[in-house]
Design a protein around this ligand. Structure first.
Ligand code: IMP
Length: 194
């Protein structure tokens, strides 16, 4: 069984990732204690790299996987983007702020983006990818599942709100699932064959 440190302090992400990874012979472990890397990159991939590098210093596995994700709204020039987690103080307030910034805006197209970076124990990048989940921002919240901006995001591929999807459905279409599948296939087809 290959153990990989998952560079996150977000238990929702760990849960979503483990649902997808369970078919592969891989165990994702979360670093012990506080996880507070400085994310000072100006794009998703750079910020994922900040987290992977930080985890590689405190963990003791062979590989480190970090993700950085966010919601990009077309009419707001890609905002909140890399600032999605910091857009307002709480998830409810972030949704409120976004809906209020989109009042009277007709173009509601948006996408969730997820960058993933895999490093070794030295913090050297072995693999990276960035995938998207397309949809639009609904006028009001729908559904009880998911986290973050899920209640206001309509998923094109499912024709339903992200928070209306089951965990298994979200694992088929989400930006995080798409990036993770690229990582898992790289491990299976390239890394494990070395
Ligand atoms: P990160 O933890 O630095 O990657 O920040 C990601 C932020 O983007 C989260 O705190 C959420 O606000 C938002 N986000 C990313 N992925 C999702 C998702 O799958 N659903 C809802 N919100 C998400």
């Amino acid at each position: 069984m290959l153990k990989i440190t998952l560079a996150t302090g977000n238990s929702h992400k760990a849960e979503e990732i483990n649902i997808i990874a369970k078919e592969y012979n891989i165990e994702f472990v979360v670093p012990e204690g506080e996880f507070n890397p400085i994310e000072d990159g100006d794009n998703f991939l750079d910020n994922a790299y900040c987290k992977a590098k930080y985890a590689s210093k405190i963990g003791n596995t062979e590989l480190y996987l970090a993700d950085d994700s966010g919601l990009c709204v077309e009419a707001l020039n890609g905002e909140p983007g890399i600032y999605s987690a910091r857009y307002a103080e709480t998830p409810k307030l972030r949704i409120k702020k976004l809906l209020s910034n989109m009042q009277n805006i007709k173009n509601r197209r948006a996408k969730f983006v997820c960058a993933m970076v895999v490093t070794d124990k030295n913090g050297s990048i072995l693999f990276k990818t960035q995938q998207e989940c397309l949809g639009y921002i609904m006028e009001e919240e729908k559904g009880e599942g998911g986290f973050g901006y899920d209640p206001i995001f309509f998923v094109d591929d499912m024709q339903k709100g992200m928070a209306e999807l089951t965990k298994e459905e979200k694992a088929q279409v989400s930006h995080r699932a798409k990036s993770l599948n690229k990582v898992l296939n790289w491990i299976k087809n390239e890394y494990n064959k070395k």
